[in-house]
Design a protein around this ligand. Structure first.
Ligand code: PLP
Length: 387
């Protein structure tokens, strides 16, 4: 199988990830932070190591500000529902995933309003203006994806962050598609909350994610319960990271995520980005040279995009194309990719798009086979139409 569905979750994972998960299950997997015996201490040590590696990776000084979550969705829910109060207003981009839109729709029932700022492709100035115009005196939070999971566009998060600082507004970035794919150091930005999946570009197992709090404003904790700390206290501890991490953590996942980060550090994130971008460009150039293919972006490059290619075959439903590619052993995702706003903006809401996303484990021959298969599919359809 050729796997280009890395935008949903990366596959395969580095070998070290599987070994680390297995070690937890077979060798030392006790409950971390709950007991004083050696196995529990070893578990707590691995959990801390992963927290520290994530903090270093994103250049935050305090590992305690790294909160483990079960995915990017739960991190985003923590920020959106933990920060916004009745009467507050939020601004989001027109490329947001339902992980942002749906919590905000839910909060409408509690008197929270939000405005969508239109993303303008390849025009940061116009995009920033739209964010500026969408803000009002009640705006408390801006939530913005770092890169579109449908079209790969990178948003100017540094500039949006600066705008938020100027207006005293909190800024949350959804790094689901960029964490581990392109650099985003938090020591040099105005990002207050960074939400990410652990199972995509960071190469951890599914069921992992993180929220990095880079602000003194702590979102209200949505879950209360045992943390293994301050157990004499009936109320939820208000210290990081315990405040947000009640209940037994996903240690197998976290140990795997730790190895995923080490893998990226060994390869070098810039090398991974270069490799994936080269493959994305190769795919784009080939698709662009084909007659019946509709593309929605300019040729991707690291300044404007992440290695995500969305396309359609003329007059065909994206789900049908993906199903046929699957029959030829190629895994892609089709449809709306949980981001209807993005499709509304680009006129693809009716049939969605076919999406191919690269990972460090893809290579040139995967792309060549993909293009060859697509060409065959198109020409056999033409033959059938003639016949
Ligand atoms: N945000 C974006 C931009 C995404 O692409 C995704 C998943 O594809 C999510 C949020 C949700 O991530 P998760 O599946 O880790 O909850």
């Amino acid at each position: 199988m050729i796997y280009f569905d890395n935008g949903a979750t990366t596959f395969p994972k580095p070998k070290g990830v599987a070994v680390a998960v297995n070690n937890v299950l077979q060798k030392y997997g006790a409950n971390p932070g709950r007991s004083g015996h050696n196995l529990s201490l070893k578990s707590a040590e691995i959990m801390y190591e992963c927290r520290k590696n994530l903090a270093d990776f994103f250049k935050v000084s305090s590992p305690e500000n790294v909160i483990f979550t079960s995915n990017c969705t739960s991190a985003l829910n923590t920020v959106i529902k933990g920060v916004l109060k009745p009467g507050d207003h939020a601004v989001i981009s027109s490329l947001e995933h339902n992980a942002v839109v749906r919590p905000l729709e839910e909060l409408k029932n509690n008197g929270v309003k939000y405005t969508v700022a239109e993303y303008v492709p390849y025009d940061d100035e116009a995009t920033i203006n739209n964010f500026r115009n969408a803000m009002n005196e009640r705006t408390r939070l801006v939530v913005c994806t770092h890169a579109s999971n449908v079209f790969g566009f990178k948003l100017p998060v540094e500039r949006i962050g600066a705008l938020c600082r100027l207006h005293g507004v909190l800024f949350c970035v959804d790094a689901a598609q960029t964490a581990g794919v392109t650099e985003l150091p938090l020591d040099d930005t105005s990002i207050d909350y960074l939400c990410m999946s652990g199972h995509k570009g960071l190469y951890g197992p599914m069921g992992t994610g993180a929220l990095i709090i880079n602000s003194d404003v702590l979102p209200k904790s949505l879950i209360q319960g045992g943390t293994g700390s301050m157990s004499y206290q009936k109320s939820q501890p208000e210290v990081l990271p315990d405040m947000y991490e009640s209940g037994t953590p996903n240690l197998p996942g976290i140990a795997g995520l730790n190895e995923g980060i080490k893998f990226i550090n060994r390869c070098g994130i810039k090398n991974i980005e270069r490799h994936e971008m080269r493959l994305a460009q190769m795919l784009y150039d080939n698709l662009n040279a084909m007659n019946n293919i509709e593309l929605y972006t300019q040729r991707p490059n690291s300044k404007t995009s992440v290695p995500v290619i969305s396309f359609n075959i003329k007059d065909e439903d994206s789900e049908d194309v993906a199903a046929e590619l699957n029959r030829f052993g190629i895994a892609v995702r089709a449809g709306l990719h949980c981001a209807p706003l993005a499709h509304e903006s680009f006129g693809t809401i009716d049939r969605g798009t076919v999406r191919a996303v690269m990972s460090a484990f893809n290579n040139d021959s995967n792309v060549r086979m993909f293009v060859y298969t697509l060409n065959r599919m198109i020409s056999s359809k033409k033959r059938n139409q003639k016949g």
